[in-house]
Design a protein around this ligand. Structure first.
Ligand code: C5P
Length: 283
């Protein structure tokens, strides 16, 4: 993680992997731009113009000369407000969905540029798979990897705010050494050889100390994952979700059960990666 930039973002180097948790986004022509939501945590999703999917519709309409009046319906399968990039996934889906609905025929690069304007993680939600992110996370290079990885996502109802975690990192750096951009080579080597054990060892997150300072209850969760035999466990992004790597799906099931029993989290989801990015399912 690099230093705070004049534009308020941090330069970073990150390895993204998309996992198989999905939201279903339906887009239809309508008299006005509306957003409706169903599924767990739906009440926490904004329905106004601040919704990232609504912002994606407006931006693509502007860029491609189309009418933004559509009804967007989100069926949430990605945990809401958990630091799982669910809002970014919805924005990426809205971009590809509107492109198809309007026949806007935007190139992948044009959609990626819109995605980057919407949020640092939106380009990756469009891309999917496994990728190296640089800049503020919006510049992507596909990662050559093999194999599939079994993850357990341990959820917390803590409501950590991403800017607050980055602010805490800046505050910690005022009194300690300022971290340099991390070297992802160990993670990339593990992915290249498809070695889950090596990946588990290599996992790390420069934002984790800041997330733990704001949410100390994530510490016993990380410890519970390790003592239950996880190959690795880290705070995912700015948290509060903790990503736990298992040897395979059977091991993942056992880890998920152990974490639920431990009482250190508010829910678990099992998912494997890499999974594809946003795509049109029914035209
Ligand atoms: O891009 P996104 O809207 O997801 O970013 C939310 C906030 O997270 C930013 O306003 C900024 O405070 C912080 N952030 C950052 N550096 C990044 C990505 C996000 O400081 N690379």
């Amino acid at each position: 993680m690099g230093a705070l930039r004049p534009d308020g973002f941090h330069d970073l180097t990150t390895v993204y992997q998309a996992v198989g948790l999905y939201d279903e986004v339906t887009i239809e022509r309508a008299d006005a731009l509306t957003v409706t939501v169903e599924g767990p945590g739906a009440d926490l999703v904004p329905l106004d113009a601040t919704n990232l999917a609504a912002r994606a519709v407006v931006l693509l309409a502007e860029r491609s000369g189309n009418d933004p009046r559509v009804a967007v319906h989100l069926r949430k399968g990605i945990p809401v407000a958990g630091g799982c990039a669910g809002g970014s996934a919805d924005a990426a889906a809205a971009l590809v969905g509107c492109d198809a609905l309007w026949g806007a025929l935007q190139t992948r690069d044009q959609l990626a540029r819109c995605a980057a304007e919407l949020g640092s993680d939106v380009p990756f939600s469009l891309h999917g798979g496994t990728a190296l992110g640089t800049g503020r996370g919006e510049r992507l290079t596909p990662v050559l990897g093999q194999g599939s990885y079994s993850w357990v996502l341990a959820l917390s109802d803590l409501g950590l705010s991403t800017p607050a975690v980055y602010d805490e990192l800046d505050r910690q750096r005022e009194t300690g050494p300022v971290g340099v951009v991390s070297d992802p080579s160990e993670v990339l080597a593990a992915l290249r050889s498809g070695d889950a054990v090596a990946l588990g060892h290599a996992l790390g997150n420069d934002l984790q100390p800041a997330a733990l300072a704001l949410a100390p209850s994530l510490r016993p969760l990380l410890e519970a994952a390790r003592s239950a035999g996880a190959l690795g466990a880290i705070v995912s992004g700015s948290g509060p979700t903790v990503a736990v790597l298992a040897r395979d799906d059977g091991h993942g099931k056992a880890l998920a059960a152990a974490l639920e029993r431990s009482g250190t989290c508010d829910g678990v989801r099992q998912a494997s990666g890499p999974a594809p990015g946003a795509r049109v399912v029914h035209a």
